[in-house]
Design a protein around this ligand. Structure first.
Ligand code: SAM
Length: 285
């Protein structure tokens, strides 16, 4: 089989199974197996695939047809322009979460705080993508990255060690929300689970059958973890600090009013993502 045939065949098979963006997924699978760039995929259409490569491809397609996310099959994903290792111990980072990183960097850069004393906590770090990107973008900041799941922290550690320029400024801590923090921080950033119990059944098989439940579920209204984090926050934050929380499409107003009752003097903003959905609640003390 030659490359152009393989690409066409995988695309057709994934499309027939109603997999979204089948052409992009086919490209990703083939580029990964052949270890080539997207440009090479189209500049070498006559390239002959070896028996091992074809076997490998069949295996990947079979896994994708069983709804395993491509990021788990390839054991990698992109987030905020960088590559990260992922597997089933962590949730696959979502593009909309990049807004949290962008807004945190913006806040940190505006506040000219004493340089090496700027401390950020990424709560529910998962694969560590938020914490590591913040360390890369803010060379003077120290970052705590916490998670309740020891196995998620193993993945975060793989990514932390890969980015040497960030590794010594990102400290991984296991525990419940803010409990592991040993000092007050300037910024708390968190993409915690926010799915309502009743919505779990409606999630795609890619999510519900493969992603860790601890990364998804958060009680009846989806706000158990966020509510608990907000109640822990006083005493864990420096004055004039800031909390940036990712929320579900219909949770912005409720989280704002919980934050308002917790921090009477705070400035609370809802920040929309590119689709106009209120995605981040920013609480400036
Ligand atoms: C939605 S995932 C986000 C992962 C990562 N921050 C990202 O944006 O891709 C939520 C993460 O919060 C962690 N988590 C759940 N409950 C927690 C708790 N009580 N304390 C700390 N982390 C928690 C989960 O293990 C999971 O890694």
């Amino acid at each position: 089989m030659i490359l152009s045939q393989a690409l066409h065949s995988v695309n057709r098979t994934l499309s027939a199974a109603n997999i979204d963006d089948a052409n992009i997924e086919a490209e990703l699978l083939l580029c990964s197996i052949l270890e080539i760039s997207n440009a090479q995929l189209y500049s070498e259409p006559e390239r002959l695939l070896s028996a091992t490569e074809i076997k490998h491809l069949h295996n990947f397609v079979k896994r994708r047809l069983s709804h395993e996310p491509t990021a788990y099959i390839l054991k990698r994903c992109q987030f905020y322009g960088s590559d990260f290792y992922v597997d089933r111990r962590v949730m696959v980072p979502r593009p909309e979460t990049e807004l949290l990183v962008e807004k945190t960097v913006e806040f940190a850069q505006r506040r000219c705080l004493l340089k090496n004393q700027f401390v950020i906590a990424d709560i529910g770090t998962g694969s560590g993508v938020i914490a590591i990107n913040l360390a890369l973008a803010l060379p003077e900041a120290r970052i705590y990255a916490t998670d309740i799941s020891p196995s998620a922290l193993q993945v975060a550690d793989i990514n932390r060690c890969h980015y040497r320029e960030a590794s010594n400024r990102v400290k991984l801590l296991q525990g419940n929300l803010l409990e592991p923090l040993s000092e007050p921080v300037n910024v708390i950033v968190a993409n915690l689970p926010y799915i309502k119990n009743c919505e779990l059944q409606t999630l795609s098989p890619e999510i519900i059958n493969f992603e860790p439940m601890t990364a998804l579920a958060s009680g009846e209204d989806g706000l158990d973890k966020i509510r608990c984090l907000l109640s822990q926050a006083p005493g864990k934050m420096c004055s004039e600090g800031c909390l940036l929380l990712e929320v579900g499409h219909d949770q912005g107003e409720t989280v704002s009013s919980i934050a308002d009752s917790q921090f009477a003097q705070a400035i609370i903003e809802l920040i929309p993502d590119l689709s106009g959905i209120n995605r981040v609640v920013k609480i400036t003390l």
